[in-house]
Design a binder for this molecule. Structure first.
Ligand code: NAD
Length: 501
């Protein structure tokens, strides 16, 4: 590895973890049928080798998780588990710089972004659900009986059991802990399958779990790919009691099929093709700032990001010009430098996919307002998977670029004239994840928000998250909701006790 990829202290810098390990039953286990390379997307340089779990390694992890349910973890009070989860949050913050460096190396995202979002929110997830589990209530009902004495019903919550946690690469620590924290708070045990693109921080978390006093087998990590690899072995394992997944809709379908054997519950957070609706009565500065983030943050690799921008006709020309200026200000390059505001895409394979949509946009008749290609960067960043931030106009609503999730730093801007018409356009999508509405007219904001068929709507903001609120998608964007009490619903089994008095 040359100097363009800084070394960092901690798990991933030690001799053992230049070759990462699985984390099974509280120990780092290098076993696997083979290993694969993990490369830094900004330069293509090798970060570490990752073992690929075979079905025996996955079975070991699931068995360890199953045993741990019956061990000290299963006997702990909610207060004790909650206290341990706070130590996990503290442990991440104490090793903030290690986690930050590892996440930036694996993803290529700007350090400023990961320092602001990925690592602090990854830690915060443990505190949020440590709180949440202590305030969880259940229902009671008194009922009449023919003998007049009555009966009392009350509900209790127990853990579901072993939870399989399958994660994507765009916000690796944050999205993984968003599932692991509530699952553990509720007394479950987990086997995590991080994305093959970003395996490091999930592995490092094993050390933190041990230091915080999480008993062996409660948190396990197995590495590998999806189909015919660790992902499939895990989600089809008969001793897994529930599966929580974030990733592509197509993968969600495969996971749902796997979950159907044994009728296991699934929580699915899937893809999106999100719209921003910009009305002529918006605060233009706020709208430009927000839509710029929604389109280009994390190089467009955010499930909640915007790829369709509808702008009311009187401000269409000005808005398009200003979004172009904002896009052209983004600075690609070394993600560890403070001045860098645009990282690479996650891999060369993903870059090929995004560039294929850039080509399709041209073929489908788009006017290219800015971008459309690969930025010119000096070595070693010339070998990274960078693309130019790209804005089009003029694409038809039925074009592939307007219908399919691209997951890159790009959008098509469309003028509109009527509120009803733009709501219909926003809703004309197989996805239903997120929307942002830009208007200073509050009556309009509430009226439009109520009609957009998505799980999450922002008014005059984007990505502002209170972790107690419901998070998830409708239509092909997912099943179920995460966040606050909604996560607890998935990670617990609700049982009714009926007592005849
Ligand atoms: P992906 O579906 O390709 O992979 C996600 C994970 O699933 C990886 O760990 C992968 O190894 C595993 N996997 C793949 N095939 C599998 C199979 N057959 N069985 C079991 N596991 C399998 O997704 P990605 O490319 O890592 O992430 C990008 C996608 O995630 C985008 O579609 C994005 O919208 C979506 N996403 C959604 C949300 C949300 O909250 N709705 C958040 C982030 C990302």
């Amino acid at each position: 590895m040359n100097s363009a990829v800084p070394r960092y202290q901690g798990a991933a810098a030690s001799a053992e973890t230049a070759r990462l390990s699985h984390f099974i039953d509280g120990r780092f286990v290098p076993a696997g049928r083979s290993s694969f390379e993990n490369r830094h997307p900004a330069t293509g340089e090798l970060i570490n080798f990752v073992p690929e779990a075979d079905s025996a390694a996955v079975d070991d992890a699931v068995k360890a998780a199953k045993r741990a349910l019956k061990g000290p973890w299963g006997k702990m009070s909610e207060q004790q588990r909650s206290a341990i989860l706070r130590k996990v949050a503290d442990g991440i913050m104490a090793r903030f710089d290690d986690f930050l460096a590892a996440e930036v190396l694996d993803t290529g995202k700007p350090k400023s972004l990961a320092a602001h979002i990925d690592i602090p929110r990854g830690a915060a997830n443990f505190n949020v659900f440590a709180d949440q589990v202590l305030t969880l209530s259940t229902e009671t009902f008194r009922m009449a009986t023919p003998d007049g004495a009555g009966a009392l019903n009350y509900a209790i919550r127990g853990p579901r059991g072993v939870i399989a946690v399958v994660c994507p690469w765009n916000l690796p620590l944050l999205l993984m802990t968003w599932k692991v924290a509530p699952a553990l708070a509720c007394g479950n045990t987990v086997v995590v399958k991080p994305s093959e693109e970003t395996p490091t921080t999930a592995t490092m978390l094993g050390e933190i779990m041990n230091e915080a006093g999480v008993p062996p087998g409660v948190y396990n990590v197995v590495h590998g790919f999806g189909e015919d690899s660790a992902g499939e072995y895990l989600t089809s394992h008969p001793d897994v009691d529930g599966i929580t997944f974030t990733g592509e809709t197509r993968t969600g379908e495969a996971i749902m099929r796997a979950a159907s054997r044994g009728v296991r519950p699934v929580s699915l957070e899937l893809g999106g093709k999100n719209a921003s609706l910009v009305f002529a009565d918006c605060d233009m500065d706020k709208a430009i700032e927000g839509v710029t983030r929604a389109v280009f943050a994390n190089c467009g690799q955010v499930c909640l990001g915007t790829e369709r921008v509808y702008v009311e006709r009187p401000i269409f020309a000005e808005f398009t010009q200003r979004l172009k200026q904002a896009a052209e200000k983004l600075k690609p390059g070394n993600p560890f430098e403070a001045a860098t505001t645009l990282g690479p895409l996650i891999s060369q394979v993903h870059r090929d996919k995004v560039l294929s949509y850039y080509a399709k946009a041209k073929a489908e008749g788009a006017e290219i307002i800015t971008g459309g290609g690969i930025p010119e960067l000096a070595a070693p960043y010339s070998a990274g998977s960078f693309v130019e931030p790209t804005i089009w106009t003029g694409l038809p609503e039925d074009s592939a670029v307007m219908r399919e999730e691209i997951f890159g730093p790009c959008c098509n801007i469309v003028p509109f004239d009527e509120e009803d018409a733009v709501i219909a356009l926003a809703n004309d999508s197989p996805y239903g994840l997120a929307t942002s509405i830009w208007t200073e007219n509050l009556t309009r904001a509430h009226r439009v928000a109520a009609q957009v068929e998505v799980g999450i709507t922002w008014v005059n903001s984007w990505f502002l998250r209170d972790l107690r609120t419901p998070f998830g998608g409708s239509k092909q964007s997912g099943i179920g909701r995460e966040g606050g009490v909604h996560s607890m619903e998935f990670y617990t089994e609700l049982r009714n006790v009926c007592v005849k008095l």
